[in-house]
Design a protein around this ligand. Structure first.
Ligand code: PLP
Length: 414
């Protein structure tokens, strides 16, 4: 990696940053340096405005009302779904199910598709670098069904061993569920190849896209995955909203996940007929404002440009890796060739919790801990790491400030 070439001025980060009210504040008397985007990104003004507009003008329930407010809310809610469909290049809007986030998307697949397709002795394959959200639902399902959870191992750089994956695959494999980008390491996995190999043995493939969708263009048809999970709050959208992309043919034969209002087309005490896709999977009053806000977030990301974001962030991440790599006693954790969004590390002699607190006092927000990926911590023999995670509104000065603050922490602990 090199620091010699300047980050091309493809994005005007200063102008972009000005659109994020939360980024304008001082924290402990210092300008906020926000490097906790893998946990949750910040919200730009157009998303906040979309939320306000719903609450100030359109506030009402969707789908059931004939009155003006309900129709406006329904139009905006469904138009947000269309925008997510286009963002993912899903074939049709019916393939986009609103959920609370990636966690709920994965649970929906495990509970609905998993319960009907998995039997004793079948295999579920995940990887060594999954978020707990893409481990525990499969573990529970496997316990319930007497199925086996198999894990694709990784090397010390944090890259999946694809040849080991090949040897795990068999006609017993029913689903392969992998993350596209690791939240703990930043590794970008070859999910297109992983999905193709899953299909070759008759399995389906779920891609956990929670950390991919904020950083690179996503095309679920090109990826060839059957399911794709994402979280709005990591993509400049509101909290409490996400989506599950699922191929229509799979959704059509999946039983409901939750039941109640809106997921039915008729109910009598003798019989219930379920609603059409995707409503069959959206029981109850949904997260209307959050979905509308998610539509605005997708518009915002499109305006900045996902290709631009990917190119800009790749160079910024390389700059950050060089900057941090030059600090004596700092060990990077996760050095895969292909990375996005995340730089994890430990600093000799300073516990991550202490480091996080010292950095916070200097206005730097990042995350210390196991990042909901305890098996990754176990693999590297650490209890926690410090993780700097970027968005397109970060710049080189953020890493300069982080490096200076780490040097200050080292002096305190010297
Ligand atoms: N998968 C990955 C890779 C993540 O990083 C996260 C959150 O950090 C999740 C799943 C869960 O996302 P959420 O908590 O938004 O449901």
């Amino acid at each position: 990696m090199t620091t010699a070439t300047a980050v091309p001025d493809r994005l005007d980060t200063k102008a972009l940053r000005a659109e994020f009210p939360a980024l304008q504040q001082l924290v402990h008397g210092r300008p906020l340096v926000y490097l906790d985007n893998a946990a949750s990104s910040q919200t730009p003004r157009p998303v906040i405005d979309a939320l306000l507009e719903y609450y100030e003008k359109d506030r009402s329930n969707v789908h059931r009302g004939v009155h003006e407010l309900s129709q406006r809310a329904t139009d905006k809610y469904e138009s947000a779904r269309l925008r997510v469909q286009q963002f993912l290049n899903a074939a049709e809007p019916e393939e986009v199910v609103w959920t609370r986030g990636a966690t709920e998307s994965i649970n929906l697949v495990a509970a609905s598709w998993g319960r009907t397709h998995l039997g004793a002795g079948d295999d579920v394959i995940i990887s060594a670098m999954e978020h707990h959200s893409n481990i525990v639902p499969w573990q529970i399902l496997c316990q319930e069904k007497g199925a086996n959870l198999r894990v694709i191992p990784m090397n010390v750089a944090g890259e999946l061993l694809v040849s080991e994956y090949d040897s795990l695959l068999s006609p017993r494999t029913k689903i392969v569920a992998v993350t596209q980008v690791s939240n703990a390491l930043g590794t970008v996995n070859p999910v297109q190849e992983i999905a193709a190999k899953a299909h070759a043995v008759g399995a389906v493939c779920l891609v956990d896209g929670a950390q991919a969708a904020p950083h690179m263009p996503v095309d679920v048809q090109a990826l060839g995955c059957d399911f794709f999970a994402l979280s709005g709050h990591k993509m400049c959208g509101p909290t409490g909203i996400g989506a599950l992309y699922a191929r229509r043919a799979l959704l059509e034969e999946m039983p409901p996940y939750q039941s109640g209002g809106d997921m039915i087309s008729s109910v009598s005490f003798e019989k219930t007929v379920y609603n059409d896709l995707p409503y069959r999977f959206e029981a109850g009053t949904p997260m209307i404002a959050a979905a509308i806000g998610m539509g605005a977030a997708v518009d915002y990301l499109n305006r900045v440009g996902m290709d631009q974001i990917a190119a800009y962030e790749a160079e910024l991440l390389a700059y950050g890796a060089d900057k941090l790599g030059a600090i004596q006693g700092l060990r990077p954790i996760g050095t895969a060739k292909d990375k996005a969004g995340v730089l994890s590390f430990e600093v000799e002699g300073i516990h991550p919790a202490d480091l996080g607190t010292i950095l916070d006092r200097q206005g730097i927000a990042l995350r210390v801990g196991h990042h909901c990926a305890e098996p990754v911590m176990q693999f590297y023999g650490v209890s926690a790491t410090t993780r700097a995670s970027i968005a397109f509104y970060n710049d080189r000065e953020d890493f300069d400030a982080l490096a200076d603050a780490i040097e200050t922490a080292k002096e305190i602990f010297a």
